[in-house]
Design a protein around this ligand. Structure first.
Ligand code: R5P
Length: 285
């Protein structure tokens, strides 16, 4: 992604060296000189814990070495789900992660952050934080790749989003009802799936994490529709073999390349580059 962005922005691809000392501490070295330059660190934050500290160290080092601006491009921005203290004593990690990143970077750009109870990243980030939306790219992909699609959102919250993609793709859509009982326990209900008929069901979600939402929806669809479903997501995290389970259940997977995965079918580098251009007066160096 860094190389794609560098090519789109006409920027140099810098070299950064990271490794772990035998005791597990992170070593970070910016090999490319950064003094007086605008530095864009490209780091998608799936499986974030191992990436977080080296990222903060790299940003802090770029500042120390005189970078004119330090920008984060996080195609997938993690730690947004814990946006409230649901039980006494819980860490509201979204706020803490935003504070850490906000202290290290001058601005950030990401794609479809998982905003649930927050309406805007500005509610937790003190730095300019631009959220870009992949919906038009999903709609174009569907229009070009799926014959006779019927779009399906897995829960009520997805209605507005799936509706927008459906309108752009010129396809009908429906939303299912989801009840989450735990991290890996999800129940999906649906009414009149018969209306899908012979169309190809395309399940759309912003993120596939444990994959339970998609899996339960796929199982439901396999019982009542004819064509095998397509699972389309912006961010495919596919933890604990969720991708294999979905494929075994008869689904075809397609994702954006915000997180590197074999299902990547939609390139978001153009979207990210245009976002970076729009929030910067000059091109990153
Ligand atoms: C929920 O709000 C999201 O849009 C996704 O449906 C959810 O995060 C998917 O999680 P999982 O793959 O763990 O079911």
């Amino acid at each position: 992604m860094a190389e794609r962005l560098a090519s789109r922005l006409g920027a140099e691809t810098g070299v950064i060296e990271t490794r772990r000392f035998p005791d597990g501490e992170s070593y970070v070295r910016l090999v490319t000189p950064v003094a007086g330059r605008r530095v864009l660190l490209v780091c998608t934050l799936d499986r974030p814990d191992a990436k977080f500290l080296p990222l903060i160290f790299a940003a802090a080092t770029a500042r120390e070495l005189g970078a004119a601006e330090v920008i984060l491009a996080a195609p997938y921005l993690a730690y947004l789900r814990q946006d409230r203290r649901f039980h006494a004593g819980e860490a509201v990690t979204s706020r803490h992660a935003a504070k850490l990143l906000g202290g290290a970077f001058d601005r950030l750009v990401c794609i479809d952050p998982h905003l649930h109870r927050y309406h805007d990243l500005a509610e937790i980030f003190a730095i300019p934080a631009l959220a870009l939306h992949a919906a038009p790219l999903l709609a174009s992909w569907i229009a070009a790749s799926v014959e006779d699609p019927f779009l399906i959102g897995p829960d009520r919250e997805s209605e507005q989003w799936v509706g927008a993609v459906a309108a752009r793709a010129g396809a009908p859509f429906a939303v299912l009802e989801k009840v989450r009982h735990g991290d890996r326990e999800v129940e999906i209900r649906a009414h009149d799936l018969e209306k899908i008929g012979r169309r190809t069901p395309v399940l759309i979600d912003d993120i596939v994490s444990s994959g339970r939402t998609m899996l339960e929806a796929v199982r439901l669809l396999r019982r009542s529709t004819q064509a095998p479903p397509v699972c389309l997501a912006v961010h495919g995290l596919f933890s604990e073999g969720a991708d294999l389970a979905l494929e075994a259940a008869g689904a075809t997977l397609a994702t954006c390349n915000t997180v590197c995965h074999a299902s990547n079918a939609i390139d978001v580098s153009g979207l990210l580059a245009s976002g970076l251009r729009s929030c910067s007066a000059t091109e990153p160096a």
